[in-house]
Design a binder for this molecule. Structure first.
Ligand SMILES: [Zn+2]
Length: 118
């Protein structure tokens, strides 16, 4: 494994732990926020419990997706395929991986997929 891949692996492991901890604690945090935000008055979008729970659900879905992407990237590191596009096999630029360590698609394939709705 080269130094760059090792660096990305460390980042991915750290991000995975953070998301796991967050998903485990999120329910409690948001319940507390729901109780305290009603007295602050400066965050109108969190004014109702319903809004808070909807935000929590959206965040959970986002984190769960990211966690899956991170685990996929870690799997590709152990397979020795990290840094190459899952779809076309081209090398993903290091700059892109530094910005998004869990990226497994090059920019072209990613945007092609997004056009298809995935
Ligand atoms: Zn590609």
């Amino acid at each position: 494994m080269d130094a760059f891949t090792q660096e990305m692996q460390e980042q991915l492991l750290k991000a995975r732990d953070e998301i796991r901890a967050k998903l485990a604690n999120e329910g409690d945090d948001f319940r507390q926020e729901a109780q305290t935000s009603s007295g602050r008055g400066d965050s109108s979008d969190l004014a109702s419990d319903e809004g808070v729970y909807r935000k929590m659900e959206a965040l959970n879905a986002m984190d769960a997706r990211k966690l899956k992407a991170i685990e996929g990237a870690l799997q590709r590191i152990s397979d020795g395929k990290y840094g190459y596009c899952l779809q076309c096999g081209k090398k993903i630029p290091e700059g892109r991986l530094r910005a998004i360590p869990e990226a497994v698609l090059c920019v072209e394939c990613k945007s092609a997929n997004e056009k298809l709705g995935g």
